[in-house]
Design a protein around this ligand. Structure first.
Ligand code: U2F
Length: 454
């Protein structure tokens, strides 16, 4: 079959951004009505190797883009923010270079650009080529909405003064009227356009209304008011998730078998699963408090903890908890959350983790750290009522034990479990044949197939 559409995909190579974009691209590439579409996936070598793990897919050609480090020199020192800054300073030239290569190799001009929404300059690249730009927001609708109201929030902050920040609610943001300014992402609160991350997101806010479609890995029914409001702001606002319920995920091979076997031996809904995602490790004092709470409460636990953080555990912790706890450096999280023995998830509230928890009906204990996570935790506790936040917002021994008891032993936990199971059902309905997410996905396919995106 002749190829008639060539989609250029631009990934943001940090946190869990590129993996869900690849999941979306794989779903688009394998849909029966996508014959004749080819995808060129542009991402840094490091991120490509992590998300593809050596696997190849029909219709998806992978290209490495320059990560901004000096040629031939990998980024070694520094933190993720520095790596992001280097990468951003190499954009958009690094992407334009591989886009041209992909066009020469395929013999076909790119007819549509699909990018991580963070990469706002894709709007200009698409305009310059006279082709549509589809943007993918990898977090929840609530944080996207908060960013879209940045100017109004900043003027509220100016009129209120920093001291009153805690008290002011977002009364003018549909669907988030109970959220406080203090729940907002740091990039909004800092109001500092000199920070590269804040500037990137602020520019994104200016460009997104020009995007042919803004796509999110979520489902309309979780935030109907926010969804309607964002539909009025964008040309097309398409909730196409939860992708884990609708798309094949990349197999991890046999990795994590040991903890899955361990889970099989545990009682129904008895295990606490703990993970802080791909970027964060709590401070030493909080690590110690969490460990003490786990040891004292004696709930069985499975903790995904990077090797370099093991040293933060109290001395003798592993031995003392070996009868009821297990620590692994990486867990097959989807399979863990799917396992009926898991009763609660202590999470940093990254959007993928929340969506996975909802998809498998596991109540959450929230310890957010940065970006969208605080607002996500607010929604979890106060709007969706599917989890609790820690008292004081950080791990203390007593606060953590209290949160564990309320989820695992009390009536609060029972109600939360019922709520999350109802939300899980809505998520499952959204991805059924006639569900909202399925319809939106089909609309997305039509948009990218048509050369002008209309
Ligand atoms: C950034 O999020 P993170 O990468 O820190 O966290 P998540 O969005 O929750 O994604 C973590 C993913 O890694 C998987 C897990 C999720 O799909 O299943 N995982 C695993 O398989 N095994 C493990 O042991 C640990 C994790 C950012 F920090 C957040 O604030 C944003 O919401 C997010 C999306 O933009 O990106």
């Amino acid at each position: 079959m002749a190829i008639h559409s060539h989609i250029g995909v631009l990934a943001f190579p940090f946190g869990t951004h590129a993996a869900p974009l690849l999941t979306l691209v794989r779903r688009l590439a394998t849909d029966s009505s996508s014959r004749g579409i080819t995808f060129s996936f542009f991402n840094t070598a490091k991120s490509n190797s992590a998300i593809f793990s050596g696997q190849e897919f029909d219709n998806i050609k992978v290209y490495d883009v320059w990560d901004g480090t000096h040629e031939g020199e990998a980024f070694t020192g520094g933190n993720i923010l520095e790596a992001m800054q280097l990468f951003l300073s190499a954009t958009p030239g690094n992407f334009e270079k591989v886009m041209k290569e992909a066009e020469v190799e395929s013999g076909m001009k790119i007819s549509c650009l699909l990018s991580d929404a963070f990469l706002w300059f894709t709007c200009d690249l698409a305009e310059g080529r006279g082709i549509p730009w589809v943007s993918f927001w990898t977090a929840a609708s609530c944080s996207l909405s908060a960013h879209m109201y940045t100017d109004q929030i900043w003027s509220l902050m100016r009129s209120t003064g920093a001291a009153k920040t805690e008290e002011k609610t977002l009364s003018f943001v549909p669907g988030m009227t109970s959220a406080h300014l203090s729940d907002l992402p740091g990039e909004i609160l800092s109001n500092n356009l000199e920070s590269p991350l804040t500037l990137m997101i602020y520019k994104m806010v200016q460009k997104l209304p020009k995007s042919t479609a803004v796509v999110v890995n979520s489902f309309e029914e979780i935030d109907p008011i926010i969804t309607n409001d964002l539909k009025s702001k964008f040309q097309n606002f398409l909730n196409i998730g939860p992708s884990i319920l609708s798309s094949p995920t990349l197999s991890n091979g046999d990795s994590g078998q040991e903890c899955l076997l361990w889970l099989e031996k545990q009682r129904h809904a008895s295990v606490i699963y703990i993970s802080f995602g791909t970027v964060t490790t709590p401070q030493p004092t909080e690590m110690a408090a969490l460990a003490e709470a786990l040891e004292t409460s004696e709930f069985p636990f499975l903790w995904s903890l990077r090797d370099n953080a093991m040293k933060l555990l109290p001395e003798g912790f592993l031995e003392r908890t070996s009868k009821f706890g297990m620590i692994v450096s990486w867990a097959p999280q989807l399979k863990v959350l799917e396992n009926p023995s898991v009763g609660a998830f202590i999470t940093h509230c990254g959007w993928n983790s929340i969506l996975e928890s909802i998809s498998y009906g596991v109540p959450m204990i929230c310890r957010p750290f940065f970006g969208d996570q605080n607002l996500n935790s607010k929604m979890v506790e106060d709007v969706w009522k599917i989890g609790v936040r820690l008292e004081g917002g950080v791990f203390t021994k007593n606060g953590t034990i209290e949160a564990l008891h309320s989820i695992m032993l009390n009536e609060t936990g029972k109600a939360i479990r019922e709520n999350i199971n109802k939300l899980k059902q809505k998520a499952q309905n959204a991805v059924k044949f006639d569900g909202t997410s399925t319809k939106n996905f089909k609309a997305l396919l039509e948009l990218i197939k048509s050369p002008r995106g209309i």
